[in-house]
Write a protein of this length. Sequence first.
Lengths: 155, 155
Amino acid sequence: MIDLEQRLRSRGCRLTSQREAVLEVLEENQGRPLRPEDIHALAAKRLPGMGLTTVYRTLELFCELGIIAPVHLASGRNYFEVVAGKHRHYMECISCGGVETIEVCMIEELADKVRSGSDFQVTSHCLSLFGYCGECSRKGVAEGHARAGRGWGAA
Amino acid sequence: MIDLEQRLRSRGCRLTSQREAVLEVLEENQGRPLRPEDIHALAAKRLPGMGLTTVYRTLELFCELGIIAPVHLASGRNYFEVVAGKHRHYMECISCGGVETIEVCMIEELADKVRSGSDFQVTSHCLSLFGYCGECSRKGVAEGHARAGRGWGAA
DNA sequence: AATCTTATTGAAAATAGTTTTCAATAAATA
DNA sequence: TATTTATTGAAAACTATTTTCAATAAGATT
């Protein structure tokens, strides 16, 4: 649980119940990236009447503050998660849509290689794997597929 | 240059001038991912009157055929590239929007680790780095930024 | 506590990107 | 050449996101 008020103040922003609600929803769902619509539905439970527009505005602000980060999944829609101590990446099943966490991540090593090989200053990245989860593989759904991602190419 | 006609036939699809135009445009722009709108503009130069709808339909079909693949850049829009022998990834500057190719890629090693650690069957992935290109870094644009990606969080 | 300033909000309208519908066209087959 | 049916373009529909704007409320000042 971060100090939301302090982070907001550092930017001249105010602490509101809407912003608290959005953060709480995301913190209660670590490991499960959510879309703006999902976040709105969950936040509106605690704060009836809360608008979707506010969710979008809050997500943008939280991203700028580094409190949350976008997650890139195959559907091409925007998902978000809180930036926790541990850095997560996901594998998404292109058959059932299930999302699993990748336990190993080599991004830091890759970023190091980039750093030493170019003058590009890496600040963030996007990494996700797509394919078939164990269950769907066993069901034999995975046949004659091609590459998938971002709403195109998936079966 | 792939044998488009053969690939299409294997699926009961027909070879049309529109499909040829889309493929040519993408092949002439290897290393430079394009958006549907860009592709339409370029294809319509050779084939005046060609519709944007057809571009969308063709991109979807080519993805299913494994001829092209989506590229995930920070803006969140859909970009595409032909699936060439060499597998590419990109670094996108969140200041000027410039795109550079990553020379090293560790995805295969990562996918191997995933394979041995779970029963997830990886068929594709998304990997991009975001940050500041050498030029923008030198200009001092990179200050007080946070993570970036998919249209949110970028300065 | 009352007042003030201005950041924030919700609703509606606007926009952007993508998909669907449908009648007309054209590719491949007979 | 005739026939079948995949494909096309235009318009309409749709979805996700952003903008506008008047009303509200957070936090500072008194």
